[in-house]
Structure formats: structure tokens, C-alpha cells
Ligand binder design. Structure first.
Ligand code: F58
Length: 832
């Protein structure tokens, strides 16, 4: 090989400062095409990302090759969402070259932090479900598990949120506008995916009845691969996202008769399939494009999985030994019918055998019990869009109900609940039931949620298959959520216990014994203060509000939803505001209430609550009579990058959902790991957080899930009575209803007040209000004692080790997937 090329090749791998610097300068000129004097911050971001990418390609290929050569069992994580955020800091940290990169940029006169700021957020998800998928990718790679993520390469991620006159307004989010340096387009990895058409029956070669799907429309799924760097950079896995491409047929349209322009238009329409992420918080089961997205990425992924399997195998008998497919919620559940179709129709496998293989291969994670969020596609739509799948679903259902009938002994109500088809009203396919039936394991995401699954949505299925439901309490990656996001605390921890915790978060337990060490406490506080200063500056930039760094940072960041009860929080803020005004001579603990979160664009109540928070903030923040002791801010456009600034700076973590409604929560884990104390209900993973951090180090209040259930069942709750008997609640509501916060439109909040009174207060805001205020008071009192507060904060951090997504993913690996770590084999690095 030409010596020049060879040296360049070695350069591409070099991890020292000089090598990095030379790479940057070369990439800037030869790939970004800019002169150092003309380069913008974005040019430098692309330059650095491309140079960093060079440094992981070898090990990426080594990883893939090792899996292939060992024919290792792989796990395929199918998810309609991957809420990844930025990748530069993450790649640098996981490769262990952050310092070298900083120095190399320094020598060019650049600051790494500025370069990092030019990266857009990959916001291919709505909230917890999508972020969980991203944490799992990090953990699979860090645990050396052969894991692939499969999803959609949306051109537009989750909308950008702005506030206009306090109202949420949505703008398109264009993360790909300037190109994505992390992805590798694979124009040769292309699969056909069909829609519509009809099913034809015929006799196969041995005279058996068989079916083929004909006259269908075709779309192509094209792969884009993104390397997923594990901690230490040894294992580098793949996230494969599909993008819709029109088939080439349109090219052969007739130039002369006007069909050509029509054909081009058709191409654009076809490719709309992967254009945009649905921002729904609760799926409306009627959006055809959504169903098509689900089938599109699921079908392409399954075709890819089977292709990979067939490289080593000539029949499908051992598919379950070589592939585990995890369904992240029901969004890819159509994959169960699709695998049946591929096996039976395309590969001639007999039905019963295909069904055994399918069930042994799939497993399903449920993320919600909310009935409105359980997917159910109209049968008529499914028949039209996926006619063969509808047939297959009928067949699965018939066989299952036949078997159950024998045991149900005439209990028709039970049979109709077990059915894959909801026959009430317009007939619908229950995707949760399909996912359950087609999987060998079904899991919930916290202990409480899993128990409730057994008692509620899947009670009948649980009776039928008592071994199938299991729990996998969620986790978060300590790399992004502590090591990268909270550098002051990470450095402090490492200085005391070494850096083993980054890979094995259980080790953080060793901090517990430092909770009584005054010097350590002081340093812990100093780290927190640094983070709070950074957040204060961010708040000032984003909202123009100045907040006191030494005030109690009380944080509620998550999607806006009635069950998450941001309303409860803002009502308590109004009550506190009143108390402060009534008692101006008392020395109040200064409090900063920090909110952030997006509402689904069509969720009017959630949007009205956003407006209320902004309206209350405006009044409170400008009222001199509270002497800056209370500030309220609602940060716009909450996303992963904002979360990385907010989590490390919080003192108090608001986890106040109506008990029984939050499946798990993961923000609760990020905040506690970063040393915030939780104020929360016994809901989702809060229950387990309490068990780990200890009852003395968390503020628990409110009705339990069981009490909520009983209360609703008995109908014995009258919100008007509760309001009448609580003067501070009554006053807060009266202020809202008389237009104190909305003088321009005094009736603006009528729907909220209505929901709390005549509406029966479904989310039990009024029922939990008094106890919530007491818990808040307790938190404020404790905050006065900074030593005691810090002690508890340290114990929170120290006891959160179990909530690492590494622990979660290893539980999936051993208890559901039977997938084992595989160490990549690296050929000698110097080989030419
Ligand atoms: C969330 N679900 C749960 N769904 O609400 C949360 O408790 C849990 O911690 C998290 O999953 C991870 O298990 C969630 O984020 C969605 O965003 C769906 C998007 C598609 C439409 C329906 C909601």
C-alpha cells in the first residue's frame, strides 16, 4: 500500500493529542471542505465527529465480525422510538478520549464544550419509553451483549416546543438538516415492504391450501447504521434505522403524457412513511400512517434478522436459539403475524411449527396500564392495509380460543376478554393480547406495575399462562446520567472510590459511609452548587428569569400529562405563594420551582396546564412582596440535552403521579442518582427507590394504588367537600377561577376547575393535596439544615446502584433472552 495512505490509516486510529489534532485539520479540509478560518462551530462539530467516528470503525467491524464468526445468539430490540440525544460527548467518554480531544482542540484554539453545543439532539422518541431504549443500547454494548436496535430514521424528531404568550406552540424539529455524521447509509441493505392488495388462495406443491399476498403496493426500507459505543470502547454494537424509499418503478413513468410528474409526486408521498415521529402520548388507534410505520420497520427488521440467521442455517428450527426479539411496547407487535407470514407463506414452514418458533423468539414489554394507550387497530383498517396479517391474526385467535374454550367452561365473558378481537362497537385488534399470546415472556417495568398488570389488563391471560408475566424494573445508564452529565460529582466520587462505579454502579454504595464525613459533605454540596449555577445560567438564558442559586431547586421534568399531576405541583406553589405573602416577616426557605415538559399537540388539558404554569409564574416572579423567595420557571423544549443540565442540579425530585398510573418512571432514578431527594407517591419505581434509599431519605405522601382503586370503586369521593374543607386549596382554586393569573381571560381555566369538581377529579389532585403540602413543608424544613439534607442526598446517590440499566439489561439477558456476553476479537492493531 502507498506509504502515504498507510500513514493516514494509522493516523485515523491514533488516540493521542497530536494524532487527533492532525485528524481534525485534515477532516476539516478534505471532508467538510472548509478552511480553518472560515469554519463555523457546526463545521467543527462535523469535523470532530467524523474524526471520532474513524476511531471506532475498526472495533465496530471487529464486534460485528466476532458475532458472525461465533454465530452468537443476538438480541434484537425493536422500538419505534430511540431518544438518544447528542452522541459526541458520549462517544468520547465511552472511548476514553475526552481529555485528549479537549487538548487537541485547545491547540487549534477551540473549546470542546462549544463544539459539543453544535450537535443537534437526536429526539427520535416521546419520553420514557424512547429514552429507556437508548439507555438499553448503551448497556448492551457496555455489557458486551450482542444486541441490535431496530427502529425508524425519522426525518423529523419530536417537535420543538416554544411558548408564545405562555401557550405551547409546536415547530418541526430538523435534526438532519445539516447531515448526521454518526450514521452510515446502507443503500444496498434494502427490503421490500408491502401494503394493501389482497390474498389469493392456491394449492401448494403437495396439494395443501396456501396463500399469497398479491396486487400490493411496495415500499423499500433502506438501512442507516449508527455505531453504539460501549463503555471502554471494546464492544461497538449497531443501531439500524429504516428509511422509506420509493421503488425504482417510478423512474419508468412516461415523460410525455404528464405521468412523470405524477410519478415523482407519488415518490414523495411514499417516502412520507418515515418522515415524522408521532407525538402522541396516548395512541389514537385510527391513524393509518402510524400503523404503516409500525409494520414498515417491523417487517424490514424481521427480513434482516432472517437473512442474518440464514447465513448459518438452512432451516428455522434453531431460530429461537439464535435470535431473541424484544417488542418495546405493542408498536412492533404486528411482527408476530409477520414472522408467521414469512415462515409459513414464504419459507413453507408448517403452521404449528412456525407458531412454536415465533413464540419462543418474541418477548414483549408493557409500559402502560392506561386503557387509552393500549393499541387497538380497527379490523377494517387492518384488513385493508395488511390483509394477509388480518387472516393470520384470525387464525391465531381461532386456535387459541378453541383451546381455551375447553377450559373456560362456558364463561363467554372471559373468552371475549381473551380474544385478539374486541367485538364491542367497531371491531378492533387488541395488540396487547396479540403481543402477549405471541411471546414466551411478558414483562412490566417496575414491581408494582407488574403486579397491577397481573391484576388488571392481563388478568385473564395471567390465569391462562401464569409463568409468562415477569418484572424487569427499569434502569438508567450511569455513563450518560452521572459520568457525563454531572462531571463535578463524578470527579468527586472517583476521587474517593475510584472509577469502577462507571461500569459497575453497585460500587457507588461505598459512598454511604462518607455521608457522615463533614469534609465529604462540603465537597458534595460544592459539586451540587456548581451544577445549580450552570442550571441558573441556563434558566436565565431560556426564560429571562433570575433564580437564586442557594434556593431549593424543586424539579418536575417529564411529559405533561394529567396523571403526572403537574397541576398538583402548581397548586401547591400557589398555596406557598399565599403563605409567603401572608407572613412576610417569616424567614422563608427560598424555593425555585422548575418545570419542563412537552404536551401532545392535541392534548388540550395538558396544554392548558402549561399555560397555567406560565401564567402563575408571571405573577409570582414579578411580585416584590415575596422577596424573591419563590420563583417559578417552565423551561421550553425539554429534551435529553436539557435533562443533562437539569438532573445534576436538582435538590428535590417531583414524582407525584396518581398511584397506580406511572408504570415506572426513569427521571425519578436520574434525579435520585444525582443526589436529589424524592417527594413522591408510592407509584411505579418510586416504591423500589424507597426500598433502596430508605424511608428516612425520601418524602412519601398520598393515596396508595390500592386506596386509589378502592376509592374509585366505592365512588365515595367528593372533591367539592375536600376543597371546602381545605382553605388553602380553596383559596388557590378561587384565585384561578377569578382570573388572578389570567386577568385578560378570567374564564380561561374553567376546564381545569371543572375537571377537579364536576368531573370528579379523576386524578385525585384534591384528594392528595393536603398530604402533599405537608410533605413539601417537611422538605423545606429539612432544607434549612444543610448538613442533614446533604447527608440524605449522599445516601440517595450511594443507594441508587441497583437502578443502573446494566442491571436491568443483564436480567433481560439471563431471564428472558438467554443471550450471553461475547468479547470482540481484535486482530493485531498494527496489521497492514
Ligand atoms: C413510559 N411510557 C411510562 N410511553 O409512562 C413510564 O412510566 C416508564 O418509565 C417508561 O415508559 C419506560 O418504561 C412512555 O413513555 C410513550 O411515550 C408512548 C409513545 C407512543 C404512544 C403512547 C405513549
Amino acid at each position: 500500500m502507498d506509504a502515504r495512505y498507510k500513514s493516514r490509516e494509522i493516523e485515523r486510529r491514533s488516540l493521542d493529542v497530536d494524532g487527533l489534532k492532525r485528524s481534525f485539520l485534515e477532516w476539516l479540509v478534505y471532508s467538510v471542505g472548509k478552511d480553518a478560518r472560515a469554519a463555523t462551530r457546526r463545521d467543527w462539530f462535523h469535523t470532530v465527529a467524523l474524526a471520532v467516528r474513524d476511531r471506532l470503525v475498526d472495533r465496530w467491524m471487529d464486534t460485528t465480525r466476532t458475532y458472525y464468526q461465533q454465530d452468537a445468539k443476538r438480541v434484537y430490540y425493536l422500538s419505534l422510538e430511540f431518544l438518544i440525544g447528542r452522541l459526541l460527548t458520549n462517544s468520547l467518554a465511552n472511548l476514553g478520549i475526552t481529555d485528549q480531544c479537549r487538548q487537541a482542540l485547545d491547540r487549534i484554539g477551540l473549546n470542546l464544550d462549544d463544539v459539543v453545543e453544535a450537535e443537534p439532539d437526536a429526539a427520535l422518541g416521546n419520553g420514557g419509553l424512547g429514552r429507556l431504549a437508548a439507555c438499553f443500547l448503551d448497556s448492551m454494548a457496555s455489557e458486551a451483549l450482542p444486541g441490535y436496535g431496530y427502529g425508524i430514521r425519522y426525518e423529523f424528531g419530536l417537535f420543538e416546543q416554544r411558548f408564545e404568550h405562555g401557550w405551547q406552540v409546536e415547530y418541526p424539529e430538523q435534526w438532519l438538516q445539516f447531515g448526521n455524521p454518526w450514521e452510515f447509509p446502507r443503500p444496498e441493505v434494502l427490503y421490500p415492504v408491502q401494503f394493501y392488495g389482497r390474498v389469493e388462495e392456491f394449492r401448494d406443491s403437495v396439494g395443501e391450501r396456501a396463500y399469497r399476498w398479491v396486487d400490493a403496493e411496495r415500499v423499500l426500507a433502506m438501512a442507516y447504521d449508527t455505531p453504539v459505543v460501549g463503555y471502554g470502547g471494546d464492544t461497538i454494537n449497531t443501531l439500524r434505522l429504516w428509511s422509506a424509499r420509493a421503488t425504482r418503478d417510478f423512474n419508468f413513468g412516461h415523460f410525455n403524457d404528464g405521468a412523470y410528474m405524477k410519478a415523482v409526486e407519488q415518490k414523495v408521498l411514499t417516502e412520507n412513511l418515515s418522515r415524522v415521529l408521532y407525538p402522541n402520548d396516548a395512541t389514537e388507534g385510527g391513524k393509518e400512517l402510524r400503523l404503516k410505520q409500525e409494520y414498515f420497520f417491523t417487517s424490514a427488521s424481521l427480513q434482516d434478522i432472517l437473512r442474518r440467521y440464514l447465513q448459518h442455517h438452512s432451516n428455522f428450527d434453531s431460530l429461537p436459539d439464535k435470535a431473541a426479539i424484544q417488542l418495546n411496547d405493542t408498536h412492533p407487535a404486528i411482527g408476530i403475524a409477520e414472522l408467521m407470514r414469512l415462515l409459513v407463506d414464504q419459507h413453507g414452514v408448517l403452521w404449528d411449527k412456525a407458531w412454536d418458533i415465533t413464540r419462543a423468539t418474541f418477548s414483549y414489554t408493557n409500559h402502560t396500564l392506561l386503557p387509552e394507550a393500549l393499541e387497538a387497530w380497527p379490523v377494517r383498517m387492518m384488513e385493508r392495509v395488511l390483509p394477509r396479517h388480518m387472516q393470520i391474526i384470525y387464525e391465531i385467535n381461532a386456535k387459541f380460543l378453541n383451546r381455551s374454550k375447553a377450559r373456560a367452561a362456558g364463561d363467554n365473558a372471559r373468552l371475549s376478554r381473551l380474544s385478539l378481537i374486541d367485538e364491542r362497537g367497531d371491531r378492533r385488534v387488541r395488540m396487547g393480547n396479540l403481543a402477549f399470546l405471541g411471546s414466551h415472556k411478558v414483562n412490566g417495568v417496575s414491581a408494582l406495575h407488574t403486579e397491577l398488570m397481573k391484576q388488571t389488563v392481563f388478568a385473564d391471560f395471567h390465569a391462562e399462562f401464569p409463568e409468562r408475566i415477569n418484572n424487569k424494573t427499569n434502569g438508567i445508564t450511569p455513563r450518560r446520567w452521572l459520568h457525563q452529565a454531572n462531571q463535578p460529582l463524578a470527579a468527586l466520587i472517583t476521587s474517593r472510590i475510584g472509577n469502577g462505579w462507571i461500569k459497575d454502579l453497585g460500587q457507588i454504595k461505598a459512598l454511604a459511609e462518607k455521608a457522615d464525613d463533614l469534609v465529604f459533605r462540603e465537597e458534595f454540596r460544592r459539586a451540587k452548587r456548581k451544577n445549580k449555577k450552570r442550571l441558573a445560567a441556563y434558566i436565565a438564558r431560556q426564560t429571562g428569569v433570575d433564580v437564586q442559586v442557594d434556593s431549593l431547586f424543586d424539579v418536575q421534568v417529564k411529559r405533561m400529562h394529567e396523571y403526572k399531576r403537574q397541576l398538583l405541583n402548581i397548586l401547591q406553589a400557589i398555596a406557598l405563594y399565599n403563605e409567603m405573602r401572608d407572613n412576610p416577616t417569616v424567614s422563608w426557605v427560598p424555593v425555585t420551582k422548575i418545570f419542563a415538559g412537552k404536551a401532545a399537540p392535541s392534548y388540550h388539558m395538558a396544554k392548558l396546564i402549561i399555560k397555567l404554569i406560565n401564567d402563575v409564574a408571571k405573577v409570582v416572579n414579578h411580585d416584590p412582596s415575596v422577596h424573591d423567595n419563590l420563583k417559578i420557571v417552565l423551561l421550553p423544549n425539554y429534551n435529553v440535552t436539557a435533562a443533562e443540565i437539569i438532573m445534576p442540579a436538582a435538590d428535590l425530585s417531583e414524582q407525584i403521579s396518581t398511584a397506580g398510573m406511572e408504570a415506572s418512571g426513569t427521571g425519578n432514578m436520574k434525579l435520585a442518582l444525582n443526589g436529589a431527594l424524592t417527594i413522591g407517591t408510592l407509584d411505579g419505581a418510586n416504591v423500589e427507590i424507597r426500598e433502596h434509599v430508605g424511608d428516612d431519605n425520601i418524602f412519601i405522601f398520598g393515596l396508595t394504588a390500592e386506596e386509589v382503586n378502592d376509592l374509585r370503586a366505592s365512588g365515595g369521593f367528593n372533591p367539592r367537600e375536600v376543597i371546602a374543607s381545605n382553605p388553602s386549596l380553596k383559596r388557590a382554586l378561587d384565585m384561578i377561577s377569578t382570573g388572578v393569573f389570567s386577568p385578560d381571560d378570567p374564564h380561561r381555566y374553567h376546564p381545569i376547575l371543572q375537571a377537579l369538581t364536576d368531573g370528579g377529579d379523576h386524578f385525585l389532585v384534591t384528594a392528595d393535596f393536603a398530604e402533599y403540602c405537608e410533605a413539601q413543608q417537611e422538605a423545606m424544613d429539612l432544607y434549612r439544615d444543610q448538613e442533614e439534607w446533604t447527608r440524605k442526598a449522599i445516601l440517595n446517590t450511594a443507594n441508587m446502584g441497583w437502578f443502573s440499566s446494566d442491571r436491568t439489561i443483564m436480567e433481560y439477558a439471563t431471564e428472558i433472552w438467554d443471550v450471553h456476553p461475547v468479547k470482540p476479537e481484535h486482530p493485531a492493531e498494527t496489521e497492514g
